[in-house]
Design a binder for this molecule. Structure first.
Ligand SMILES: Nc1ncnc2c1ncn2[C@@H]1O[C@H](COP(=O)(O)OP(=O)(O)OP(=O)(O)O)[C@@H](O)[C@H]1O
Length: 492
Protein backbone atom coordinates (compact mmCIF):
# COMPACT_ATOMS: atom_id res chain seq x y z
CA UNK A 1 0.00 0.00 0.00
CA UNK A 2 1.25 3.47 -0.89
CA UNK A 3 2.16 5.78 1.93
CA UNK A 4 0.40 9.09 1.93
CA UNK A 5 3.46 11.17 2.64
CA UNK A 6 4.11 13.93 5.08
CA UNK A 7 3.81 17.64 4.61
CA UNK A 8 6.26 19.48 6.82
CA UNK A 9 5.65 23.01 7.87
CA UNK A 10 7.79 25.27 10.02
CA UNK A 11 6.39 28.56 11.28
CA UNK A 12 8.18 31.55 12.79
CA UNK A 13 11.52 29.97 13.58
CA UNK A 14 13.91 32.26 15.39
CA UNK A 15 17.17 30.78 16.51
CA UNK A 16 19.85 32.62 18.42
CA UNK A 17 23.12 31.33 19.72
CA UNK A 18 24.93 32.58 22.77
CA UNK A 19 28.63 32.96 22.29
CA UNK A 20 31.05 32.78 25.20
CA UNK A 21 32.45 36.30 25.21
CA UNK A 22 29.78 38.44 26.74
CA UNK A 23 29.10 41.63 24.91
CA UNK A 24 29.32 44.52 27.33
CA UNK A 25 26.42 46.34 25.69
CA UNK A 26 23.96 43.68 26.73
CA UNK A 27 20.48 44.34 25.49
CA UNK A 28 17.54 43.41 27.61
CA UNK A 29 16.37 40.70 25.21
CA UNK A 30 19.70 38.95 25.51
CA UNK A 31 18.84 38.18 29.09
CA UNK A 32 15.51 36.83 27.97
CA UNK A 33 15.61 35.21 24.54
CA UNK A 34 11.93 34.27 24.88
CA UNK A 35 10.79 37.88 25.25
CA UNK A 36 9.75 38.26 21.63
CA UNK A 37 7.79 35.05 21.71
CA UNK A 38 5.99 35.91 24.89
CA UNK A 39 5.03 39.38 23.67
CA UNK A 40 3.75 38.06 20.39
CA UNK A 41 1.85 35.28 21.97
CA UNK A 42 0.31 37.15 24.82
CA UNK A 43 -1.22 39.72 22.48
CA UNK A 44 -1.63 38.00 19.14
CA UNK A 45 -4.18 40.55 17.82
CA UNK A 46 -2.37 43.70 18.85
CA UNK A 47 -0.94 44.71 15.47
CA UNK A 48 0.64 47.90 16.71
CA UNK A 49 2.55 46.11 19.43
CA UNK A 50 3.54 43.35 17.08
CA UNK A 51 4.84 45.85 14.60
CA UNK A 52 6.88 47.55 17.33
CA UNK A 53 8.31 44.26 18.47
CA UNK A 54 9.14 43.36 14.89
CA UNK A 55 10.85 46.72 14.39
CA UNK A 56 12.84 46.05 17.54
CA UNK A 57 13.78 42.65 16.20
CA UNK A 58 14.90 44.16 12.94
CA UNK A 59 17.00 46.83 14.63
CA UNK A 60 18.36 44.23 16.96
CA UNK A 61 19.15 41.95 14.05
CA UNK A 62 21.07 44.68 12.39
CA UNK A 63 23.26 45.03 15.47
CA UNK A 64 23.68 41.33 15.71
CA UNK A 65 24.55 40.93 12.10
CA UNK A 66 27.34 43.36 12.59
CA UNK A 67 28.52 42.05 15.92
CA UNK A 68 27.45 38.52 16.59
CA UNK A 69 28.01 34.99 15.43
CA UNK A 70 26.21 34.05 12.30
CA UNK A 71 27.29 37.32 10.82
CA UNK A 72 29.92 38.36 8.45
CA UNK A 73 31.40 40.74 10.98
CA UNK A 74 31.72 38.21 13.80
CA UNK A 75 34.09 38.33 16.71
CA UNK A 76 32.69 40.26 19.66
CA UNK A 77 30.58 37.47 21.12
CA UNK A 78 27.22 37.88 22.86
CA UNK A 79 24.09 36.75 21.07
CA UNK A 80 23.97 35.91 17.38
CA UNK A 81 20.76 35.52 15.44
CA UNK A 82 21.24 32.52 13.19
CA UNK A 83 17.66 32.28 11.88
CA UNK A 84 15.10 35.05 11.68
CA UNK A 85 11.40 34.34 11.44
CA UNK A 86 11.82 31.47 9.03
CA UNK A 87 8.74 29.79 7.58
CA UNK A 88 8.77 26.92 5.17
CA UNK A 89 6.64 24.17 3.78
CA UNK A 90 7.87 20.93 2.25
CA UNK A 91 5.48 18.65 0.41
CA UNK A 92 5.51 14.91 -0.15
CA UNK A 93 6.62 13.66 -3.61
CA UNK A 94 8.85 16.73 -3.87
CA UNK A 95 12.34 17.98 -3.20
CA UNK A 96 12.68 21.21 -1.25
CA UNK A 97 16.18 22.64 -1.49
CA UNK A 98 17.56 25.12 1.00
CA UNK A 99 20.10 27.21 -0.83
CA UNK A 100 22.24 30.13 0.22
CA UNK A 101 25.78 31.26 0.80
CA UNK A 102 28.03 29.79 3.48
CA UNK A 103 26.92 30.77 6.97
CA UNK A 104 23.35 31.55 5.83
CA UNK A 105 21.93 29.16 8.42
CA UNK A 106 21.11 26.15 6.23
CA UNK A 107 22.55 23.50 8.54
CA UNK A 108 20.98 25.13 11.59
CA UNK A 109 17.59 25.12 9.90
CA UNK A 110 17.90 21.45 8.96
CA UNK A 111 19.00 20.54 12.48
CA UNK A 112 15.91 22.28 13.82
CA UNK A 113 13.67 20.45 11.34
CA UNK A 114 15.29 17.16 12.31
CA UNK A 115 14.70 17.92 15.99
CA UNK A 116 18.41 18.01 16.84
CA UNK A 117 18.35 21.56 18.18
CA UNK A 118 15.55 23.63 19.62
CA UNK A 119 15.00 27.23 18.52
CA UNK A 120 13.91 29.97 20.90
CA UNK A 121 10.63 30.40 19.04
CA UNK A 122 8.82 28.54 16.31
CA UNK A 123 6.50 25.65 15.67
CA UNK A 124 6.61 22.67 13.43
CA UNK A 125 3.73 20.72 11.99
CA UNK A 126 3.49 17.44 10.14
CA UNK A 127 0.35 17.14 8.08
CA UNK A 128 -1.04 20.17 9.96
CA UNK A 129 -0.51 18.52 13.35
CA UNK A 130 2.06 19.62 15.94
CA UNK A 131 5.11 17.45 15.77
CA UNK A 132 5.69 14.71 18.28
CA UNK A 133 9.49 14.62 18.41
CA UNK A 134 9.86 10.91 19.21
CA UNK A 135 7.35 9.91 16.56
CA UNK A 136 8.94 12.23 14.02
CA UNK A 137 12.35 10.66 14.57
CA UNK A 138 10.87 7.33 13.63
CA UNK A 139 9.36 8.53 10.38
CA UNK A 140 12.26 10.70 9.31
CA UNK A 141 15.88 10.24 8.35
CA UNK A 142 18.58 12.84 8.90
CA UNK A 143 21.81 12.61 6.94
CA UNK A 144 24.55 14.87 8.30
CA UNK A 145 27.07 16.75 6.22
CA UNK A 146 29.89 14.50 7.39
CA UNK A 147 29.89 10.76 6.77
CA UNK A 148 30.06 8.90 10.08
CA UNK A 149 30.57 5.34 8.97
CA UNK A 150 32.74 2.49 10.15
CA UNK A 151 35.60 2.48 7.66
CA UNK A 152 36.39 -1.19 8.04
CA UNK A 153 32.90 -2.54 7.38
CA UNK A 154 31.72 -3.29 3.87
CA UNK A 155 28.85 -1.41 2.24
CA UNK A 156 26.55 -4.40 2.69
CA UNK A 157 27.51 -4.88 6.34
CA UNK A 158 27.01 -1.19 7.08
CA UNK A 159 23.50 -1.23 5.67
CA UNK A 160 22.73 -4.56 7.31
CA UNK A 161 23.63 -3.24 10.77
CA UNK A 162 21.49 -0.19 10.16
CA UNK A 163 18.63 -2.46 9.06
CA UNK A 164 19.02 -4.62 12.17
CA UNK A 165 18.94 -1.56 14.37
CA UNK A 166 15.93 0.04 12.74
CA UNK A 167 13.70 -2.70 11.39
CA UNK A 168 11.74 -5.34 13.19
CA UNK A 169 11.53 -7.99 10.47
CA UNK A 170 12.83 -11.55 10.05
CA UNK A 171 16.49 -11.91 8.92
CA UNK A 172 15.50 -13.07 5.41
CA UNK A 173 13.51 -9.89 4.88
CA UNK A 174 16.35 -7.83 6.31
CA UNK A 175 18.78 -9.09 3.71
CA UNK A 176 16.32 -8.68 0.83
CA UNK A 177 15.62 -5.12 2.00
CA UNK A 178 19.36 -4.38 2.10
CA UNK A 179 19.87 -5.90 -1.37
CA UNK A 180 17.02 -3.82 -2.80
CA UNK A 181 18.42 -0.67 -1.23
CA UNK A 182 21.91 -1.37 -2.54
CA UNK A 183 20.37 -1.69 -5.97
CA UNK A 184 18.41 1.54 -5.55
CA UNK A 185 21.49 3.41 -4.37
CA UNK A 186 23.47 2.12 -7.35
CA UNK A 187 26.01 0.43 -5.09
CA UNK A 188 25.80 -3.16 -6.35
CA UNK A 189 29.33 -3.01 -7.76
CA UNK A 190 30.84 -2.07 -4.41
CA UNK A 191 28.52 -3.96 -2.07
CA UNK A 192 31.37 -6.06 -0.71
CA UNK A 193 33.99 -3.32 -0.67
CA UNK A 194 35.04 -1.63 2.53
CA UNK A 195 33.62 1.81 3.17
CA UNK A 196 36.95 3.41 4.11
CA UNK A 197 37.62 6.98 5.06
CA UNK A 198 40.32 9.63 4.70
CA UNK A 199 42.90 7.22 6.13
CA UNK A 200 41.66 3.80 5.13
CA UNK A 201 41.26 3.43 1.35
CA UNK A 202 37.74 2.40 0.44
CA UNK A 203 34.91 3.30 -1.91
CA UNK A 204 34.73 6.72 -3.59
CA UNK A 205 33.43 9.87 -1.90
CA UNK A 206 30.18 9.84 -3.91
CA UNK A 207 29.57 6.17 -3.08
CA UNK A 208 30.25 6.87 0.60
CA UNK A 209 27.66 9.65 0.56
CA UNK A 210 25.18 7.21 -0.94
CA UNK A 211 25.96 4.71 1.82
CA UNK A 212 25.33 7.46 4.40
CA UNK A 213 21.98 8.15 2.77
CA UNK A 214 21.24 4.42 2.70
CA UNK A 215 21.90 4.12 6.43
CA UNK A 216 19.18 6.68 7.05
CA UNK A 217 16.63 5.51 4.52
CA UNK A 218 16.73 1.80 5.34
CA UNK A 219 13.54 2.14 7.37
CA UNK A 220 11.88 3.90 4.42
CA UNK A 221 11.25 7.22 6.20
CA UNK A 222 8.52 9.48 4.97
CA UNK A 223 10.70 12.52 5.45
CA UNK A 224 14.33 12.67 4.46
CA UNK A 225 16.47 15.58 5.65
CA UNK A 226 19.94 15.87 4.16
CA UNK A 227 22.62 18.40 4.96
CA UNK A 228 24.72 19.12 1.88
CA UNK A 229 24.41 15.64 0.35
CA UNK A 230 26.62 16.73 -2.55
CA UNK A 231 29.40 18.51 -0.67
CA UNK A 232 32.87 17.66 -1.89
CA UNK A 233 31.59 15.82 -4.97
CA UNK A 234 32.18 16.49 -8.64
CA UNK A 235 29.21 17.67 -10.68
CA UNK A 236 28.40 14.23 -12.13
CA UNK A 237 28.39 12.48 -8.73
CA UNK A 238 26.38 15.35 -7.27
CA UNK A 239 23.81 15.04 -10.04
CA UNK A 240 23.60 11.27 -9.53
CA UNK A 241 22.79 11.76 -5.85
CA UNK A 242 20.11 14.39 -6.42
CA UNK A 243 18.68 12.26 -9.22
CA UNK A 244 18.48 9.31 -6.84
CA UNK A 245 16.74 11.45 -4.21
CA UNK A 246 14.34 12.75 -6.82
CA UNK A 247 13.32 9.25 -7.81
CA UNK A 248 12.92 8.34 -4.11
CA UNK A 249 10.56 11.29 -3.74
CA UNK A 250 8.66 10.59 -6.94
CA UNK A 251 8.29 6.84 -6.65
CA UNK A 252 7.48 6.56 -2.97
CA UNK A 253 6.06 9.94 -2.07
CA UNK A 254 8.85 10.87 0.27
CA UNK A 255 9.38 14.42 1.40
CA UNK A 256 12.98 15.37 0.69
CA UNK A 257 14.47 18.46 2.32
CA UNK A 258 18.10 19.14 1.56
CA UNK A 259 20.60 21.93 1.76
CA UNK A 260 22.97 22.70 -1.03
CA UNK A 261 25.64 25.29 -1.39
CA UNK A 262 25.93 25.99 -5.10
CA UNK A 263 23.81 23.67 -7.21
CA UNK A 264 24.61 23.25 -10.88
CA UNK A 265 22.16 23.98 -13.66
CA UNK A 266 20.98 20.36 -14.10
CA UNK A 267 20.57 19.90 -10.36
CA UNK A 268 18.45 23.04 -9.98
CA UNK A 269 16.02 21.62 -12.55
CA UNK A 270 15.30 18.69 -10.23
CA UNK A 271 14.14 20.87 -7.33
CA UNK A 272 10.41 21.33 -6.93
CA UNK A 273 10.86 24.34 -4.72
CA UNK A 274 13.62 26.24 -3.01
CA UNK A 275 14.15 28.26 0.14
CA UNK A 276 16.73 30.95 -0.51
CA UNK A 277 18.39 31.83 2.79
CA UNK A 278 20.80 34.67 3.47
CA UNK A 279 22.00 35.76 6.90
CA UNK A 280 19.27 33.68 8.49
CA UNK A 281 16.37 35.25 6.57
CA UNK A 282 14.27 33.70 3.84
CA UNK A 283 14.61 35.81 0.72
CA UNK A 284 12.55 33.49 -1.44
CA UNK A 285 10.38 30.43 -0.91
CA UNK A 286 8.83 28.96 -4.02
CA UNK A 287 9.72 27.41 -7.34
CA UNK A 288 12.82 28.32 -9.31
CA UNK A 289 10.60 29.90 -11.98
CA UNK A 290 9.00 32.11 -9.34
CA UNK A 291 12.49 33.12 -8.25
CA UNK A 292 13.22 34.21 -11.82
CA UNK A 293 10.01 36.20 -11.91
CA UNK A 294 10.79 37.91 -8.61
CA UNK A 295 14.29 38.76 -9.76
CA UNK A 296 12.81 40.40 -12.87
CA UNK A 297 10.30 42.29 -10.72
CA UNK A 298 13.23 43.65 -8.72
CA UNK A 299 14.53 45.14 -11.96
CA UNK A 300 17.33 42.63 -12.49
CA UNK A 301 18.12 41.59 -16.03
CA UNK A 302 18.50 37.85 -16.35
CA UNK A 303 20.94 36.64 -18.98
CA UNK A 304 19.71 33.87 -21.28
CA UNK A 305 20.14 30.26 -20.02
CA UNK A 306 21.33 31.46 -16.65
CA UNK A 307 21.41 29.26 -13.54
CA UNK A 308 18.84 31.22 -11.52
CA UNK A 309 20.12 30.08 -8.13
CA UNK A 310 23.67 31.07 -8.98
CA UNK A 311 22.42 34.38 -10.37
CA UNK A 312 20.43 35.02 -7.19
CA UNK A 313 23.52 34.33 -5.09
CA UNK A 314 25.50 36.80 -7.15
CA UNK A 315 22.75 39.40 -6.77
CA UNK A 316 22.26 38.76 -3.07
CA UNK A 317 22.78 42.37 -2.00
CA UNK A 318 20.08 43.68 -4.34
CA UNK A 319 17.66 40.98 -3.17
CA UNK A 320 18.40 41.72 0.47
CA UNK A 321 17.77 45.45 -0.02
CA UNK A 322 14.50 44.69 -1.76
CA UNK A 323 13.52 42.26 0.99
CA UNK A 324 14.24 44.82 3.71
CA UNK A 325 12.20 47.44 1.88
CA UNK A 326 9.26 45.07 1.60
CA UNK A 327 9.59 44.19 5.27
CA UNK A 328 9.52 47.83 6.30
CA UNK A 329 6.52 48.50 4.07
CA UNK A 330 4.70 45.63 5.68
CA UNK A 331 5.52 46.86 9.17
CA UNK A 332 4.29 50.35 8.33
CA UNK A 333 1.09 48.88 6.93
CA UNK A 334 0.61 46.75 10.02
CA UNK A 335 1.16 49.79 12.23
CA UNK A 336 -1.39 51.81 10.24
CA UNK A 337 -3.89 49.02 10.44
CA UNK A 338 -3.33 48.67 14.17
CA UNK A 339 -4.33 52.30 14.60
CA UNK A 340 -7.43 51.85 12.43
CA UNK A 341 -8.37 48.56 14.13
CA UNK A 342 -8.15 46.84 10.74
CA UNK A 343 -8.25 43.06 10.78
CA UNK A 344 -6.82 42.11 7.41
CA UNK A 345 -3.73 43.08 5.43
CA UNK A 346 -3.74 44.04 1.77
CA UNK A 347 -2.96 40.61 0.40
CA UNK A 348 -1.47 41.96 -2.80
CA UNK A 349 1.46 43.37 -0.88
CA UNK A 350 2.28 40.33 1.17
CA UNK A 351 5.51 38.44 0.70
CA UNK A 352 5.39 34.69 0.53
CA UNK A 353 6.45 34.40 4.17
CA UNK A 354 3.64 36.68 5.24
CA UNK A 355 1.20 34.64 3.20
CA UNK A 356 2.30 31.60 5.11
CA UNK A 357 1.72 33.40 8.35
CA UNK A 358 -1.71 34.55 7.26
CA UNK A 359 -2.82 31.09 6.20
CA UNK A 360 -1.55 29.62 9.43
CA UNK A 361 -2.69 32.37 11.75
CA UNK A 362 -5.69 30.55 13.07
CA UNK A 363 -3.97 27.24 13.43
CA UNK A 364 -0.83 28.72 14.86
CA UNK A 365 -2.54 30.84 17.49
CA UNK A 366 -4.07 27.71 18.94
CA UNK A 367 -1.14 25.41 18.35
CA UNK A 368 1.57 27.85 19.39
CA UNK A 369 -0.23 28.67 22.62
CA UNK A 370 -0.24 25.00 23.41
CA UNK A 371 3.35 24.62 22.46
CA UNK A 372 5.23 27.66 23.69
CA UNK A 373 5.91 26.40 27.19
CA UNK A 374 7.34 23.21 25.79
CA UNK A 375 10.41 22.62 23.72
CA UNK A 376 9.62 23.05 20.09
CA UNK A 377 8.11 19.98 18.58
CA UNK A 378 7.03 18.26 21.73
CA UNK A 379 3.40 17.37 21.80
CA UNK A 380 1.55 18.64 24.84
CA UNK A 381 -0.71 15.67 24.95
CA UNK A 382 0.63 12.66 26.76
CA UNK A 383 2.18 10.29 24.26
CA UNK A 384 -0.43 7.59 23.88
CA UNK A 385 1.69 5.15 21.94
CA UNK A 386 5.12 5.28 23.54
CA UNK A 387 7.76 5.16 20.82
CA UNK A 388 8.28 1.50 20.14
CA UNK A 389 11.73 0.87 18.77
CA UNK A 390 12.72 -2.00 16.56
CA UNK A 391 14.89 -3.53 19.28
CA UNK A 392 15.04 -3.62 23.05
CA UNK A 393 17.99 -1.93 24.79
CA UNK A 394 19.66 -5.29 25.24
CA UNK A 395 19.24 -6.23 21.57
CA UNK A 396 20.56 -2.85 20.51
CA UNK A 397 23.60 -3.30 22.74
CA UNK A 398 24.22 -6.73 21.22
CA UNK A 399 23.97 -5.39 17.64
CA UNK A 400 26.23 -2.45 18.43
CA UNK A 401 28.75 -4.71 20.16
CA UNK A 402 28.70 -7.03 17.18
CA UNK A 403 29.37 -4.13 14.83
CA UNK A 404 32.12 -2.81 17.08
CA UNK A 405 33.79 -6.19 17.46
CA UNK A 406 33.76 -6.69 13.69
CA UNK A 407 35.64 -3.47 13.33
CA UNK A 408 38.03 -4.40 16.13
CA UNK A 409 38.75 -7.88 14.79
CA UNK A 410 39.64 -6.37 11.45
CA UNK A 411 42.37 -4.36 13.10
CA UNK A 412 44.32 -7.39 14.27
CA UNK A 413 47.37 -5.53 15.56
CA UNK A 414 45.27 -3.31 17.79
CA UNK A 415 43.24 -6.25 19.05
CA UNK A 416 46.36 -8.33 19.80
CA UNK A 417 48.03 -5.39 21.47
CA UNK A 418 45.07 -4.77 23.77
CA UNK A 419 44.76 -8.44 24.69
CA UNK A 420 48.46 -8.70 25.57
CA UNK A 421 48.26 -5.49 27.57
CA UNK A 422 45.37 -6.81 29.62
CA UNK A 423 47.02 -10.19 30.15
CA UNK A 424 50.32 -8.71 31.26
CA UNK A 425 48.76 -6.21 33.67
CA UNK A 426 46.52 -8.99 35.05
CA UNK A 427 49.49 -11.31 35.57
CA UNK A 428 51.62 -8.63 37.22
CA UNK A 429 48.90 -7.62 39.65
CA UNK A 430 47.96 -11.25 40.27
CA UNK A 431 51.55 -12.26 41.03
CA UNK A 432 51.88 -9.62 43.74
CA UNK A 433 49.10 -11.15 45.81
CA UNK A 434 49.53 -14.74 44.71
CA UNK A 435 49.18 -17.54 47.26
CA UNK A 436 47.67 -15.46 50.08
CA UNK A 437 45.47 -17.06 52.73
CA UNK A 438 42.03 -15.74 53.65
CA UNK A 439 42.80 -15.34 57.35
CA UNK A 440 44.54 -12.88 59.66
CA UNK A 441 48.06 -13.88 58.62
CA UNK A 442 46.98 -13.60 54.96
CA UNK A 443 45.68 -10.07 55.60
CA UNK A 444 48.93 -9.05 57.31
CA UNK A 445 50.98 -10.57 54.51
CA UNK A 446 48.82 -8.65 51.99
CA UNK A 447 49.60 -5.40 53.79
CA UNK A 448 53.32 -6.15 53.95
CA UNK A 449 53.48 -7.04 50.26
CA UNK A 450 51.50 -3.97 49.27
CA UNK A 451 53.83 -1.78 51.35
CA UNK A 452 56.86 -3.45 49.83
CA UNK A 453 55.63 -3.00 46.25
CA UNK A 454 54.60 0.58 46.91
CA UNK A 455 58.13 1.29 48.11
CA UNK A 456 59.56 -0.54 45.14
CA UNK A 457 57.29 1.31 42.75
CA UNK A 458 58.25 4.61 44.30
CA UNK A 459 61.87 3.64 43.88
CA UNK A 460 61.41 2.61 40.28
CA UNK A 461 58.77 5.23 39.65
CA UNK A 462 60.64 7.15 37.04
CA UNK A 463 61.36 4.10 34.93
CA UNK A 464 57.78 2.98 35.33
CA UNK A 465 56.33 6.29 34.24
CA UNK A 466 58.58 6.45 31.19
CA UNK A 467 57.68 2.90 30.20
CA UNK A 468 53.96 3.50 30.73
CA UNK A 469 54.08 6.66 28.64
CA UNK A 470 55.84 4.85 25.83
CA UNK A 471 53.28 2.08 26.01
CA UNK A 472 50.38 4.53 25.96
CA UNK A 473 51.86 6.41 23.03
CA UNK A 474 52.22 3.14 21.19
CA UNK A 475 48.57 2.24 21.75
CA UNK A 476 47.39 5.78 21.00
CA UNK A 477 49.26 5.79 17.69
CA UNK A 478 47.33 2.72 16.65
CA UNK A 479 44.08 4.15 17.93
CA UNK A 480 44.35 7.37 16.05
CA UNK A 481 45.55 5.58 12.93
CA UNK A 482 42.49 3.41 12.87
CA UNK A 483 40.02 5.88 14.33
CA UNK A 484 37.64 3.09 15.16
CA UNK A 485 36.72 4.28 18.65
CA UNK A 486 36.02 7.74 17.37
CA UNK A 487 33.78 6.28 14.70
CA UNK A 488 31.95 4.18 17.24
CA UNK A 489 31.48 7.16 19.48
CA UNK A 490 29.85 9.14 16.65
CA UNK A 491 27.84 6.27 15.30
CA UNK A 492 26.42 5.20 18.65
N1 LIG B 1 26.81 26.47 17.88
C1 LIG B 1 27.27 27.50 17.20
N2 LIG B 1 28.31 28.21 17.67
C2 LIG B 1 28.79 29.28 16.98
N3 LIG B 1 28.27 29.70 15.82
C3 LIG B 1 27.24 29.02 15.32
C4 LIG B 1 26.68 27.89 15.97
N4 LIG B 1 25.65 27.43 15.23
C5 LIG B 1 25.57 28.24 14.17
N5 LIG B 1 26.52 29.21 14.23
C6 LIG B 1 26.72 30.29 13.27
O1 LIG B 1 25.51 30.50 12.61
C7 LIG B 1 25.71 30.75 11.23
C8 LIG B 1 24.95 29.74 10.39
O2 LIG B 1 25.57 28.47 10.51
P1 LIG B 1 25.16 27.24 9.61
O3 LIG B 1 26.13 26.15 9.85
O4 LIG B 1 23.73 26.95 9.85
O5 LIG B 1 25.36 27.86 8.15
P2 LIG B 1 25.33 27.14 6.74
O6 LIG B 1 24.49 27.96 5.85
O7 LIG B 1 24.96 25.70 6.90
O8 LIG B 1 26.86 27.25 6.31
P3 LIG B 1 27.72 26.24 5.37
O9 LIG B 1 27.08 26.27 4.01
O10 LIG B 1 29.07 26.88 5.37
O11 LIG B 1 27.70 24.91 6.02
C9 LIG B 1 27.20 30.68 11.00
O12 LIG B 1 27.72 31.99 10.96
C10 LIG B 1 27.72 29.93 12.19
O13 LIG B 1 29.01 30.34 12.52
Amino acid sequence: MKKQGSEIEAVGINYKIHTHNNNKNNRSDQKNPFKILSQNQRQPLDHQKQAKVAVAVEEDDHDILVAGAGSEGGGRGGVGQVLKDVNLRARPWEILAIVGPSGAGKSSLLEILAGKITPQTGSMFVNQKPVDKAQFKKVSGYVTQKDTLFPLLTVEETLMFSAKLRLRVPPAQLSSRVKALIEELGLSQVARARVGDDRVRGISGGERRRVSIGVDVIHDPEVLILDEPTSGLDSTSALQIIDMLKSMAETRGRTVILSIHQPGFRIVKLFNSIVFLAKGSVLHHGTVDQLGLNLRLMGLELPLHVNLVEFAMDSIETIQKHHQQQHRQHLNTAEGEGEGEGETSPSGKLTLQQLFQESNKEQSSIKVNNLHHEEMGINNKPNQDSPDFANSRLQETIILTHRFSKNIFRTKELFACRTIQMLVSGLVLGSIFYDLKHDLTGAEERRTRAKFHRGKLRHRGRHGIVLSLLWLLHIKAWDSKLLDFHALHIAV
